[in-house]
Design a protein around this ligand. Sequence first.
Ligand code: ADE
Ligand code: ZN
Length: 326
Amino acid sequence: MSLIDTIKKTPKAELHLHIEGSLTPELMWDLAAKHSVSLPYNSVEEIAAAYNFSDLQSFLDLYYAGAGVLIDEDDFYQLMWAYLSRCHEENIVHTEIMFDPQTHTERGIEFATFMAGFLRAMKDAEEQFGISSYLIMSFLRHLPESSAFATLEQAKPYFSDIHAVGLDSSELGHPPSKFERVFKQAKQHGFKIVAHAGEEGPASYIWEAINLLEVDRIDHGVRCQEDAELMTYLKEKQIPLTVCPLSNLKLCVIDDMKQHNILTLLEEGLLVTVNSDDPTYFGGFLNDNFIALSESLGINEEHVKALAKNSFIASFLPEDKKRQYI
Ligand code: ADE
Ligand code: ZN
């Protein structure tokens, strides 16, 4: 079997995926027409051609604007259904999906609207494809703490549908410490905790996510290598890092995929996983990320199996379910 076949056929979990970042240019175009939302593009091709970024913020500006076409329940259903159908094609059997409520509530969209669409698609995917999926509610870190608290309050009717809370958006200048109190409250409600840290931000933000937010996983975390003590800690505690290679390349965290440190981190014994982050904006879904690593870093079949195994170990699945895959 070729390596590409191994990548495609190996059952995998995806742990770092923003559902708003899986909006295809085609669906954006169709929904803009449906709702008479004006886009600064004249065609689907123009949308796709605009996806060139210089850093995280230059991407986020487009990503939040793109999400403006998501208005009614069926839009959110279609978005989720399209991603889960892609999971089925890619042999992703379990996925833990981030959504950004504030991106929608700030535009006047009700929690009930997006949650109903998401949950209906997730149920259909479980029934039709046997894919299990969990939701991670992420707070936007460029907004104030009070907005995160309000979001947690609005989510109350859906607590049983949400597995974890997370932290995303513009990292620099918005350290995890800004959200210590809201994460404490989320933890008291029994949520698992994740946070983006060490994507563009320094290793000290990873320490803050660990010590102040008490995270179960770090999203990205690739800058951990700048702190030897942190590397030792992550290895000893086996705190998972949900690494996103194509995202790091597209957002200029690295200049060349050959520079990516995921293989070094894996070989050092850290619990790293491969993920797609915002696949339609970064030029590839999960299997494309594995393929990029094979082309640039020469990962082999053993690496693919180890990374896939890590994705289940690092997941929030119950132990008996994990054991089916590890
Ligand atoms: N929101 C969506 N994608 C993100 C990323 N890569 N980093 C921070 N926030 C995000
Ligand atoms: Zn992300």
